[in-house]
Structure formats: C-alpha cells, structure tokens
Design a protein around this ligand. Structure first.
Ligand code: NAD
Ligand code: WQD
Length: 342
C-alpha cells in the first residue's frame, strides 16, 4: 500500500488460477479489488472460496474484456487506482490449432482494456506475460534484456501485448506499466481451498502429477529423457503461486513509484528436472507416481530458468517457497478437491 492510502484495483481474470491467489494476498494486505471475469476458464465457486479465506466480500462483474461498452461501465461505476491484468487464454497447443481465438481474446481483449483505461484516466497496469517470450534461442538463466522470439501463437500474443503496453507508455508519460514474465507457476493456497483446476486432461506437469496421485490418471508420461540435462528430462523453474501473488503486490507498488514500462522475471532462479519433481512430490506427499518415458513433446526446450537479479534488486521481491512446499500445497488442494471447484 502507498502509505495509508486506500487503493482499489481492477483484477481482470481474477477468478483464474493465478488471479484468485493474488486477490487473496491483495485483500489480506488491505487493498480493495473488483474482478472482471467471463468465467471462460474458471468457475464462480472460486469467488465464494476467496471470500471464505479472507472473510471479505468481493465485487465481481461477469464481463468479457472485449465488450468495450460493458467494460467502460465497470470503470464508470468504480474508481480504480490501477489494473492487474490476468485475463487471457493460456494453452500453448490449443493456440497452435486455434490461433485466431488467441489473437482475438488476448490481443483484442488487452487492446480494449488499454483503450478504456486511457479514456478513464487509469494509467497503471501490471500484466501477466510469460517466460515463453524468451523463445528457444536463449541460454538460461534468462535475463530480461535478452532478445525475444516465440514458437507458438500463445507466446506471440504475450510478446505483442508487451509491445503494445510499451508503446502506450512511450506515447503518454503518465502511464506506469510492469510486464511480469512468469516461469512455471505451481502449488496452491495453503488452506487447500483454491488451486489450479484445469479443464479436461491437464497439459502441465504438476496438475497431471496430482491427478495421477488421486487416481484419475494411471501414470505420468515423461516427455523425453534424452535432453542435455542432469538426468535427460526437461528442466524448468517452478514457482509457488503464493510467491507469484506476492510479486504482483510488489509490482503494483512499483508502478506507483516509477513511470514508463518495466519488465521483470518472476521465477526462483533454480531449475528442476521432471524426475526431480516426481521425487519431491512422492516425498512431500507420501504417494507413488508411476511414470513412463515417452518421446519428446514437440516445441519443448531442454532447460528454462530465470535470472532473478532484477526482481530482487528493483522489486525487492524473492521467492520464499521451495519445491517440497509447492508439492505439499498442490497435493492438499487436489486431495481436498478431487473434482476441482465442481
Ligand atoms: P486461468 O485460465 O486460470 O485464468 C485466466 C482467467 O481469465 C480465467 O478466469 C478466465 O475465465 C478469464 N478470462 C479469459 N479470457 C477472458 C476475457 N476475454 N474476458 C474476461 N475474462 C477472461 O490462467 P492463469 O494460469 O491464472 O493465468 C493468468 C495469466 O497468466 C494468463 O494471462 C496466462 O497467460 C498468464 N501466464 C500463466 C502461466 C501458467 O502457467 N499458469 C504462465 C505464464 C503466464
Ligand atoms: C514442464 C516440463 C515437459 C507434462 C508451459 C507453457 C509456458 C507457461 C508455463 C504460460 C516439461 C514435462 C509435462 C507431462 C511431462 N505457460 N512434462 N509430462 O511447457 O515448461 O510451460 O506452462 O505462459 O508458456 O509452455 O510447462 O508444465 O507443460 O512442462 O514430462 O505430462 O514437464 O516436457 O519438460 P512448460 P509444463
């Protein structure tokens, strides 16, 4: 918070996985929030759970960001000190099959949001970008100044949005923006009341592991064991979603003190292989994860982890939770909610 000043933030996509955890941290820290979400990848039950955790009521608008009239109405009915923008589609493979849906939802949605913000003189934004914008040509640790490239339409939407936001801050010096490049968010709120609830078969490693542990899937397919890594399996920088949530509070605070456009990695700076994650999970949860080695997944790279120096120095933010805690919390969420939010 800026001194004792009361702050009200618009959270787009606040019913989603990362948004819901960030909303909890914001409410606990004394911010007021208003959520805009069209529930295309989340459920209204999330809001009830956030309200139970925080014992606060939340104002929610079921609005699609691309509906400029409805979005402007939200801005007219509320005073906002800034926006944290999570709303978007996020499945890499789906973006290859349906690129126009991704450009429409992610790029057009953000365009409408930025226009409405400009019109209503709300000029602080924190945006959910992704480590995917580093592409497949840079060596880890990945540094914010490295050249960007993408390997799929989802990644391209993130890159395009970063550029759009940067241009807005160049054109109007009143704007403050932070683009956060998340690495691999996993884990859940320690209460086990909110967490990641993918539709259908999970694409990502941790939700797949938790579904094997709960008995919904027979075994985990490990995509390749012939990479040039510690044990041949892919290495990633997994970050606890509560650490990520905290990073958004720091990033919003940063927009209050710094004009212009700034970029930060949010990761731990450490890489773990798929086999290491399985071992941590088994130890933390006393479960067994049967797995089979299969061929590489197209588009995957061997290793991806963050340089965290810039976030530590400028945002004064550092991830606190280790892989053991990430596994424990992911498992508490899954075991208490075998069918997610249903
Ligand atoms: P999520 O799908 O759980 O949450 C996104 C939320 O946005 C959902 O509640 C969805 O209903 C909502 N939404 C989508 N399009 C909308 C629209 N047009 N109008 C209103 N609401 C809309 O995803 P998440 O994992 O919480 O990710 C949040 C953001 O972070 C996304 O932009 C994603 O691309 C980015 N990101 C996620 C990861 C990850 O691994 N989870 C990694 C890097 C970046
Ligand atoms: C992690 C590792 C897989 C599933 C994706 C997006 C990225 C970002 C985060 C949004 C890899 C291996 C996985 C499985 C496996 N999202 N794996 N079996 O691919 O690093 O990143 O999510 O911005 O843009 O690309 O995450 O969790 O899918 O994979 O062996 O069933 O686990 O090969 O090495 P990824 P992931």
């Amino acid at each position: 918070m800026e001194g004792d000043k009361w702050m009200n933030l618009l959270i787009t996509g606040g019913a989603g996985y990362i948004g819901s955890h960030t909303v909890v941290r914001l409410l606990e820290s004394g911010y007021d929030v208003v959520i805009v979400d069209n529930y295309m990848n989340s459920k209204p039950e999330v809001i009830k759970r956030i309200e139970r955790i925080t014992e606060k009521r939340i104002k929610v608008y079921e609005v699609d960001l691309r509906d400029s009239v409805a979005l402007e109405q939200v801005f007219c009915e509320n005073h906002f000190d800034g926006v944290i923008h999570f709303a978007g589609l996020k499945a890499v493979g789906e973006s290859v099959d349906f690129p126009l849906d991704y450009y429409d939802n992610n790029v057009v949605g953000t365009l409408v949001l930025l226009k409405v913000m400009e019109k209503c003189q709300v000029q602080n934004i924190v945006f959910s970008s992704s480590a995917t914008v580093y592409g497949d040509k840079n060596q880890s640790p990945l540094v914010e100044t490295m050249p960007l490239s993408t390997t799929n339409p989802y990644g391209t939407t993130k890159w395009m949005i970063e550029e759009m936001i940067k241009d807005v801050t160049y054109a109007n010096p009143n704007w403050s923006a932070v683009n956060l490049r998340y690495f691999n968010p996993i884990g859940a709120h320690p209460s086990g009341m909110i967490g990641e609830d993918p539709n259908g078969i999970p694409n990502n490693l941790m939700p797949y592991i938790t579904q094997v542990a709960i008995g919904k899937r027979d075994y985990l397919s490990v995509f390749g064991n012939d990479y040039d890594t510690i044990d041949g399996t892919g290495v990633r920088d997994y970050i606890h979603v509560m650490d990520l949530a905290e990073g958004h509070l720091k990033a919003f605070d940063y927009t209050l003190k710094h004009k212009g456009c700034h970029v930060f990695n949010l990761g731990t700076g450490k890489g773990h292989s798929v086999l290491e994650v399985i071992r941590f999970f088994e130890k933390a949860t006393k479960t067994q994860i049967p797995y089979q080695i299969e061929k590489r997944r197209p588009g995957d790279i061997a290793t991806c982890y963050a340089s965290v120096n810039k976030a530590e120095k400028d945002l004064k933010w550092k991830a606190k939770f280790d892989m053991f805690k990430m596994c424990e919390d992911a498992w508490r969420w899954q075991s208490k909610n075998p069918n997610g939010f249903e």
